[in-house]
Design a protein. Structure first.
Length: 187
């Protein structure tokens, strides 16, 4: 596998994290460098980590993980998207708003957007691709794109008075549905 192929794979894998990061950036009120890096780093660590786990699982578990990975991603994204949509119907004054900086929520989002990396890791083990280069590239690309996503989401989201929780929830449900449809009908 060439570095260009690895880079393109990393960009493709990080698209879900980018979409979630844009939404997260649009929702958070205080978009500091620390908040941007928190979201981006968690997304990158999970993306790289799931690639490593998948790679190490290798051929032996491929049929078991691939049989239900899309369902895990779909259920997690459906739950988180539904929660965002539900909370978008509450008054702004209520404290129970969706918070992408909450560790539990952020880890849930990172897991949901990294399930594909797990399956890709399994596939890459068959190719004997260089694990360290793969994981480092995937993690770094995800961190960079997620940081840009949070930044642009915060800049763009503050200028438009939209129900960003509602839009973000719909985006998450859309990503989950896309993953499910791809695996059920196009795999």
């Amino acid at each position: 596998m060439t570095f260009i192929e690895i880079l393109l794979l990393a960009i493709g894998l990080s698209m879900d994290s980018l979409a979630v990061s844009v939404t997260g950036g649009a929702i958070i009120k205080n978009c500091t460098t620390g908040n941007i890096m928190k979201i981006a780093t968690v997304m990158g660590i999970f993306q790289a980590g799931f690639t490593i786990i998948g790679y190490l699982a290798g051929m032996g578990f491929q049929k078991y993980i691939c049989a239900f990975d899309h369902w895990i991603a779909f259920v997690l994204l459906l739950y988180l998207g539904g929660k965002m949509i539900y909370e978008s119907t509450k008054d702004e004054s209520e404290e129970c708003k969706f918070n992408p900086l909450c560790n539990k929520t952020l880890c849930g989002l990172a897991i949901a957007t990294s399930i594909d990396a797990l399956a890709i890791g399994i596939s890459l083990a068959l190719l004997n691709a260089p694990l360290f280069l793969l994981a480092a590239t995937i993690g770094l690309v995800t961190i960079i794109l997620s940081a840009l996503g949070v930044y642009f989401g915060s800049r763009f989201g503050r200028k438009i008075d939209l129900k960003l929780d509602l839009i973000g929830g719909l985006i998450l449900i859309g990503i989950g549905t896309k993953i499910l449809i791809e695996h059920l009908f196009f795999s």
